[in-house]
Design a protein around this ligand. Structure first.
Ligand code: HPA
Length: 279
C-alpha cells in the first residue's frame, strides 16, 4: 500500500532537482505531452528516477515530470500518466497527484484523449469537463477506498462541485476569443483497455455521458480529497462508434493523430487560463 511517507519521499527528491516551486499541476494525456515543451526554465525529471512514481507503458506518454514557467505561473507538468488498465492499483495511479499536493500545487489542470459520445462532437473538438460519471467507482474501484488519512482530507468527499466554475468560465472565454470549439460536458470514465462496444456507447449516452475515456476521474477524486482546485479538458480524438457492423474501428493510432490537431487548441486555452489565473 502507498503511504504518506512515500509521496513525501518523492516530493523531497523532486525538490532536490528543481529550483522552482510549482503551484499549478498539469497532467498531459495521450499525445498531449508536447505541451510541456513550451515551459520556460524547465527542469526535466524522468518518472523512472522518482521513487514510487508509476511508469506509463503506453505509446504517446513520454514519462517525464517537467517543472518550469508558463504564462507567469510555476507549473509541474506530467508528460503522460499511468492508467488502471496497465495493472497499477488506483493508489499507484494517483500517487503523482499526492506528490503534487506535497510540492505545494493548489490547482490541478488535467487533460486527456477521449472518444466523442455526444452526437454533436467532432474529432478535434475540445470538451471542458463540467462533471463526470465514475463507472469503475460504482463497482468498487475508487482510489479513496481504504483507511482515510485525515491529515490529507475528509473521509467523505463532496463531488457536487468537482470542476472549478471560475476556471471553466475563463477557459470558455479564451476559447470564444480564439474561435476554438470547446464544449462543456460530462466525461464518463471507464477502466479500459478495450475500447467500448457500440451498445456500451449507447448506454453511456443514455446515462448522460458526452465523452468517454480511461483516465482522469481517479485523479480528480484524489485532488478534490486533498482540497485542490480542478479543471479538466478532453480532446475528442475520435467519434465513438455506436452501431454494430460499422466499417470503422477505434484505434490508438487514430487517437495520437487527432492529438496533433488538439495540441495547438489546448495550448491556447491552457495558456489563456494561466495568464489570467484567478487569485
Ligand atoms: N474510448 C475510450 N478512451 C478513449 C477513446 C475512446 O473512444 N478515445 C481516446 N481515449
Amino acid at each position: 500500500m502507498v503511504q504518506g511517507q512515500d509521496w513525501q519521499r518523492a516530493a523531497a527528491f523532486i525538490r532536490g532537482r528543481a529550483d522552482l516551486l510549482p503551484t499549478i499541476g498539469l497532467v498531459l494525456g495521450s499525445g498531449l505531452g508536447v505541451l510541456a515543451e513550451s515551459l520556460g526554465r524547465p527542469t526535466i525529471v524522468p518518472y523512472a528516477e522518482i521513487p514510487g512514481w508509476p511508469q506509463s507503458t503506453v505509446h504517446g506518454h513520454q514519462g517525464n515530470l517537467v517543472i518550469g514557467e508558463l504564462e507567469g505561473q510555476i507549473v509541474a507538468a506530467q508528460q503522460g500518466r499511468a492508467h488502471f488498465y496497465e495493472g497499477y492499483t488506483l493508489q499507484q495511479v494517483t500517487f503523482p497527484i499526492r506528490v503534487m499536493k506535497e510540492l505545494g500545487v493548489h490547482t490541478l489542470i488535467l487533460t486527456n484523449a477521449a472518444g466523442g459520445v455526444n452526437r454533436a462532437y467532432r474529432t478535434g473538438d475540445l470538451m471542458l469537463l463540467e462533471d463526470h460519471i465514475n463507472l469503475p467507482g460504482m463497482v468498487g474501484a475508487n482510489p479513496l477506498m481504504g483507511p482515510n488519512d485525515d491529515e490529507l482530507g475528509e473521509r467523505f468527499v463532496g463531488m457536487a462541485q468537482a470542476y472549478d466554475r471560475r476556471l471553466r468560465q475563463r477557459a470558455l472565454e479564451v476559447a470564444r476569443a480564439h474561435d476554438i470549439p470547446l464544449h462543456s460536458g460530462v466525461y464518463c470514465g471507464l477502466s479500459g483497455p478495450a475500447f467500448e462496444t457500440p451498445a456500451e456507447i449507447r448506454m453511456i449516452r443514455t446515462l448522460g455521458g458526452d465523452a468517454v475515456g480511461m483516465s482522469t476521474v481517479h485523479e480528480v477524486l484524489v485532488a478534490r480529497h486533498a482540497g485542490m482546485g480542478v479543471m479538466a479538458c478532453s480532446g475528442v480524438t475520435n467519434v465513438a462508434i455506436d452501431v454494430v457492423d460499422s466499417d470503422a474501428e477505434t484505434n490508438h493510432l487514430e487517437v495520437l493523430e487527432a492529438a496533433k490537431i488538439i495540441v495547438p487548441r489546448l495550448s491556447t486555452i491552457l495558456k489563456g487560463v494561466l495568464r489570467d489565473f484567478p487569485t
